[in-house]
Design a protein around this ligand. Structure first.
Ligand code: SF4
Length: 741
């Protein structure tokens, strides 16, 4: 049997995979440690984005597909009861009945769905059509809110439209890579490998990494700027100040292609280099070196991800980075541009399909009346059906459960009982939710404990659909394994609910190809024009957008946006942001003197729902550790491997200490993917807060104030005297209280 070509379902790099069927009885290979036959995975050399490369997660993904699967619909009336297996008919009747009751009694705003960048585009699209179109609520949000919504807002504000302008070929041609807020080596390893290959071939290519931690990415850099958490805007404006002082500007580009430069220049006056170096906690020489390298390079490529995005000023941070590209003309040309790396495999497809509470399909905005009218007309809905205001972002959904205005919560393909900030508060809200549907491939997860209905979802390999990676390359992911039990594709579930609600032909689709064919029509003449794509065409190989219907040439990648220097704003000009730094939403104080920052480890993904079930990746990180600088550890009387307790205003966690100079003094780091299923009392989101960027509504998961103290015993030993986690009210006078509603 020949290999099936598909896309890795983990991160937004989007590596092409080839999967081969399990062993025949005579073959010893293609089996996992327990002897279960598994599909073999290897890199697809023909995939333009990854060229045959694959990291440990992609290589082992097939080992998780058969484990701990949710096989049948399950139902219960209260969270105290055990689940009972029911038919799909009974489960969906209950879902429909509760949807109708919630809609009738409290209106469409009482209904919410929280989806996922693990969705394929077809799943995303039908969820939008059901919620935003036919149910009349914009309350669809996705876990991409936690990942890259600041990048979306920044692109829209700076360029007039979303969409990363760069492509991976730029990694092969850049003179200087500027990585800020991204541990690319661990979180986007194949992108990092490609960059390293470029540096190996051309020793003059420089790598600058900005990160409070000496990550593996930082360790490989020519210059590591270990700034204090929350000082990114100061650093970027300080570099801009120097570039301007040295005359390293592309004045033609600034004059002809941008606006708001004078206001930006005015802002830069507040960032003299000496002050910036002090604020950031770095040497002036290093600040100057970073600015000099940027200014001397013909092609600067910047990469960023959650380190910038997960901030109460995430949009401003990303825009401040984009400013540097605008002032030096480093955009729309080979080897240059501001490149946001997406976390999830199809976060980009979600953006195309309108999969956040303020978006509509085709990079349209809810708040734009023309955009709403276009979608209403396409969906054959009466004018005014799509509500004019953005729906609830995920945190607003949690608040809605707390105040009784949300009566129906549908969670699909994500695990908010681990991944949301202020986790004890979230868990308490989920416990109070009148009706929660949880649609997932795996059970148990930490979230399945809070559901009234469990719907078994077919996952990657068991359904056909498309995904778009960070460089806008769309890949068809065909079904190649049978579905376990009674699992169904997410889009099929949404379509059936739409039909049971009486929306008839609008939700009649023969297959995923038909869903995609409808969706791409909504992208015609939009920035993300996919109207030339179909499942049939993608069966020949991945294709990068824009791909209008008129484009017949099979261009596979290498296209960059804004090569014509015309942006998507009304006047065609990109917009400089004049952003001043606000600092951390929750600064340290005498009671909580450390900044806690959190992040991913190489072998982890998505709260470990898959990677925790794969021996090879699980063994890579046997336990969660708290990284702490030796100077801080000494003050606390902590040595390596000691147990420490972390406390914030919201909760606590206990981890072993890892004493290391890899983290700056005053800051501690903990890995973020340990939920209650995988370690006792190690949920770092019990500590984080939900204060979010006002533009993107992305929470500041990357920084909160904590206290650290040594404890004598392990969490297991301490379990008896640990009281149930609580959610203390923050002091009324605190910065946190004033920002969090
Ligand atoms: Fe999958 Fe990302 Fe690894 Fe590529 S880099 S194999 S997409 S996890």
């Amino acid at each position: 049997m020949s290999a099936t070509k598909t896309l890795c379902p983990y991160c937004g790099v989007g590596c092409g995979l080839e999967v081969l069927p399990p062993a025949t009885p005579n073959q010893a290979t293609h089996r996992d440690a327990a002897g279960t036959p598994i599909w073999k995975v290897r890199g697809d050399r023909a995939h333009p984005s990854s060229q045959g490369q694959v990291c440990v997660k992609g290589a082992t993904v097939a080992e998780s597909l058969h484990k701990d699967r949710l096989l049948y619909p399950m139902l219960r009336d209260t969270l105290d009861e055990p689940f009972r297996r029911v038919s799909w008919d009974e489960a969906l009747e209950r879902v429909v009945e509760r949807l109708q009751t919630s809609h009738r009694t409290l209106g469409p705003d009482a209904i919410c769905m929280y989806g996922s960048g693990q969705f394929q585009t077809e799943d995303y699209y039908l969820a939008q059509k059901l919620l935003k179109g036919y149910l009349g609520t914009n309350n669809f949000d996705a876990n991409s809110r936690l990942c890259m919504s600041s990048a979306v807002a920044a692109y829209i504000q700076s360029f007039g439209a979303d969409g990363p302008p760069c492509c991976y070929a730029d990694l092969d041609e850049t003179d200087c890579a500027f990585l800020i807020g991204t541990n690319t080596a661990e979180c986007h390893p194949i992108v990092f490998n490609r960059l390293q290959k470029r540096r190996k071939k051309n020793r003059k290519v420089r790598l600058i990494v900005v990160d409070p931690r000496r990550t593996p990415t930082a360790a490989a850099a020519d210059l590591h700027l270990a700034i204090q958490p929350g000082t990114d805007i100061a650093l970027l404006n300080g570099m801009a100040n120097l570039l301007r002082r040295w005359g390293k500007l592309d004045t033609v580009f600034i004059d002809e292609c941008t606006r708001n430069f004078p206001a930006y220049v005015e802002t830069l006056r507040h960032y003299p280099p000496e002050l910036v170096a002090r604020t950031c906690g770095i040497r002036l020489n290093d600040l100057e070196k970073a600015a000099r390298w940027w200014g001397e390079s013909d092609r600067v490529l910047s990469l960023w991800s959650m380190g910038l995005n997960q901030s109460s000023e995430g949009t401003a941070k990303a825009r401040t980075l984009i400013n540097l590209h605008l002032m030096t003309g480093d955009i729309g040309k080979r080897g240059a541009g501001p490149f946001s790396l997406t976390g999830q495999p199809n976060a980009m497809g979600g953006r195309e399909a309108g999969g956040l509470a303020h978006l509509l399909p085709g990079y349209r905005l809810i708040k734009n009346s023309q955009h709403r009218a276009e979608v209403e007309q396409f969906w054959q809905l009466p004018p005014g059906r799509i509500a004019p205001r953005p729906g609830r972002d995920v945190w607003s959904m949690i608040r809605g459960i707390e105040d009784g205005t949300v009566r129906f919560l549908w969670i699909a393909a994500t695990n908010p009982a681990v991944s949301l900030p202020d986790l004890r508060r979230v868990q308490a809200a989920l416990r109070r939710s009148p009706f929660t549907v949880y649609q997932d491939a795996y059970d148990p997860t930490e979230t399945s404990a809070y559901a009234h209905v469990l719907l078994p979802a077919a996952q990657w390999s068991e359904k056909t659909g498309t995904m778009t990676n960070s460089e806008r390359v769309v890949t068809l992911c065909p079904q190649f394994r049978p579905r376990p039990g009674e699992a169904r594709a997410d889009w099929e579930i949404f379509a059936e609910v739409g039909q049971r609600l009486g929306f008839g032909a609008a939700f009649e689709f023969t297959d995923a190809a038909a869903v995609y064919a409808e969706f791409v029509q909504l992208t015609r003449d939009r920035r993300c024009d996919l109207s030339g794509l179909s499942h049939a065409r993608l069966a020949s190989g991945p294709i990068q957008w824009p791909c209008p219907a008129t484009e017949t040439e099979n261009i596979s990648s290498g296209k960059r946006l804004y090569g014509d220097r015309r942006f998507a704003t009304p006047d065609g000009r990109a917009v400089f942001a004049a952003a001043r730094a606000q600092g951390l939403a929750e600064p340290v104080d005498a009671d909580y003197p450390f900044v806690l920052t959190i992040g991913r480890l190489y072998g982890h993904w998505h709260t470990q729902t898959r990677t925790g079930r794969i021996p090879k990746t699980a063994k890579m990180h046997p336990e969660p550790r708290l990284e702490i600088h030796p100077r801080d550890a000494k003050k606390l009387g902590v040595v390596d491997s000691d147990w420490v307790e972390l406390r914030s205003r919201r909760g606590r966690a206990r981890l072993r200490a890892q004493v290391t100079e890899a983290i700056v003094p005053g800051t501690v780091f903990a890995p973020m993917h340990w939920g209650a299923l995988w370690a006792a009392d190690a949920e770092v989101n019990a500590l984080t807060h939900a204060v979010a960027c006002p533009d993107s509504l992305q929470p500041e998961l990357k920084a909160c104030a904590v206290a650290v103290s040594p404890v004598a015993r392990s969490p297991q030993a301490a379990a008896e005297d640990m009281t149930a986690p609580t959610h203390p009210s923050p002091p009324a006078s605190s910065a946190y209280a004033s920002k969090l509603q």
